[in-house]
Design a binder for this molecule. Structure first.
Ligand SMILES: Cc1cc2nc3c(=O)[nH]c(=O)nc-3n(C[C@H](O)[C@H](O)[C@H](O)COP(=O)(O)OP(=O)(O)OC[C@H]3O[C@@H](n4cnc5c(N)ncnc54)[C@H](O)[C@@H]3O)c2cc1C
Length: 457
């Protein structure tokens, strides 16, 4: 429980409307994608970097932990608080300060919604590739916190590659400006990269300098329909070997397709075993020739049908359906276990094949979807936590999956960063000397350990 004095000090920094401490009002700001319910004592909404720094200085003086929060869509519980912690929301810092087509740099506040930013720059003929691969309203600050990549990372890279600089409010009460508002900044330690994926454990990003690209002249969306997910995964690997550089290359298996169909009425053939969703982009001729090559690889790899989206509406429906995969799957059972799988690209087909066998043995509707072109995808296992056998079955499947993934030279675990649910993973996979160094680094930024202390990286 936080003291009334502290809450009134917070009010004096951000104004009376900027602090929420009523139990009902707090409910909507509590959970994240992993957990709907969570505890929150107080939510504070600074409107500027200076107010943010003041809040952090106060919290450090009082020894009270602070949890930065964007939209709370992250899957790793990073934005959820425990009792006695302050949740610092960036919702009021939501201005796009400037976008320069000449310099290809945008300056934004962290609470800007990623989708709104995409729309804003695209209207100016510009392009910001990183994003998130789901239908939730994440913020640019949250993308930095989680080191988001998004659907187009296969060609363009993720947030890490587009964050050129930033202002950060530190738990010492200082504001640090690091990196630059230029496309190149090569002196000194690369602090923006250190902050990317730091899950609010080092400070609060209050201004971001983002690199932009010219909007590609042409984009073509192609959907290839396969009977088996394994064939789709193998086609993806062959496509890359054949020199296609798709801007998006995603797999959805039958279970994911059915869930999406149930939720939104997906624009795909009902009897499809799996789909590859492909986008090629660039100047018109390039996007076209790349799409043609991708189509021919899919045909050669056993696709029953390969078709192009011919209208803007069809394009929107296809990518909307892909982004709805996680939320659609989350609705088909009381709970789901999401695993993030990474294997060498050439091994995705083998893994998807052995997962099918596992599904048949265990009789579970395990779904596979994701960034197959990067050798990364998600498995979603439905589970009813009230039924002991279902929990045991899920544990068995995850253990088999983990063995399988390791034997193929891959990794099962957190996508960007290590959240609170991933300690075992962290303990198993990180050498002690690295953990020790990370602890010292954290101490240099946050000597009183007030920044999101439940998260270990
Ligand atoms: C099913 C699923 C699939 C996903 N798929 C992808 C994917 O394919 N690729 C991908 O890259 N990402 C993916 N994401 C994760 C996505 O990156 C996050 O959901 C999103 O970026 C979080 O944004 P948010 O505004 O909701 O942040 P929050 O969830 O509120 O916060 C996320 C973290 O960032 C910290 N944070 C927030 N704002 C700041 C700030 N201003 N300064 C410092 N720290 C801050 C928080 O403390 C927290 O630790 C997926 C998530 C889910 C649930």
């Amino acid at each position: 429980m936080l003291s009334p004095t502290l809450i009134s000090q917070l009010r004096s920094i951000v104004g009376p409307d900027g602090v929420i401490d009523g139990a009902e009002d707090l409910l909507v700001h509590a959970g994240d994608a992993a957990e709907a319910d969570a505890h929150t004592d107080v939510l504070v909404h600074p409107g500027t970097g200076e107010e943010t720094a003041e809040i952090l200085a106060l919290a450090a003086k009082e020894g009270v932990p602070v949890v930065p929060r964007g939209s709370g869509t992250g899957p790793s519980r990073g934005s959820m608080a425990r009792e006695g912690e302050i949740v610092l929301s960036t919702a009021r810092m939501n201005r796009i300060r400037s976008v320069s087509a000449e310099d290809l740099i945008a300056v934004v506040e962290p609470g800007v919604r990623t989708e709104d930013f995409h729309r804003h720059v695209e209207e100016m003929g510009l392009f910001y590739p990183p994003g998130i691969a789901m239908d939730r309203p994440a913020t640019l600050g949250g993308n930095v916190g989680e080191s988001t990549r998004g659907l187009r990372a296969i060609k363009y890279g993720g947030t890490r590659n587009f964050l050129m600089g930033m202002k950060v409010a530190l738990p010492t009460g200082e504001i640090l400006q690091t990196g630059a508002r230029t496309l190149k900044c090569v002196t000194g330690y690369d602090l923006p990269r250190l902050f990317t994926g730091s899950m609010g454990t080092l400070g609060v990003a209050t201004e971001l300098y983002l690199k932009l690209l010219p909007l590609p002249e042409s984009r073509i969306t192609t959907v290839a329909v396969f009977n088996r997910a394994r064939d789709a995964a193998e086609a993806a690997a062959r496509m890359l070997e054949a020199g296609v550089t798709p801007s998006i290359l995603e797999l959805m298996d039958r279970t994911a397709l059915r869930a999406v169909d149930k939720k939104t009425g997906a624009p795909f053939p009902r009897d499809a075993g799996a789909l590859l969703l492909i986008e090629t982009d660039g100047v018109f001729g390039t996007a076209e020739s790349q799409a043609a090559r991708a189509t021919s690889v899919c045909h050669d790899s056993g696709a029953g049908e390969v078709r192009r989206a011919s209208t803007a509406h069809a394009v929107e429906e296809i990518w909307g359906a892909r982004k709805a995969a996680f939320s659609a799957l989350a609705e088909i059972s009381p709970a789901t276990v999401l695993e993030d799988v990474r294997v060498p690209r050439s091994k995705v087909g083998d893994l998807v094949g052995s997962l099918r066998a596992l599904v048949e043995i265990e009789g579970v509707a395990l779904a596979v979807f994701g960034h197959v072109g990067e050798g990364r995808f998600y498995t979603v296992i439905p589970v009813n936590p009230a039924i002991e056998e279902e929990i045991e079955r899920t544990e068995r499947i995850v253990a088999r999956l983990s063995e399988e993934v390791c034997s193929l030279g891959g990794q099962l675990g957190p996508e960007r960063s290590v959240g609170v649910g991933d300690r075992t993973f962290l303990d198993r996979n990180t050498p002690p000397e690295k953990l020790e160094l990370v602890t010292r680094l954290k101490k240099a930024f946050d000597p009183k350990a007030i920044m999101n202390p439940k998260v270990r990286l």
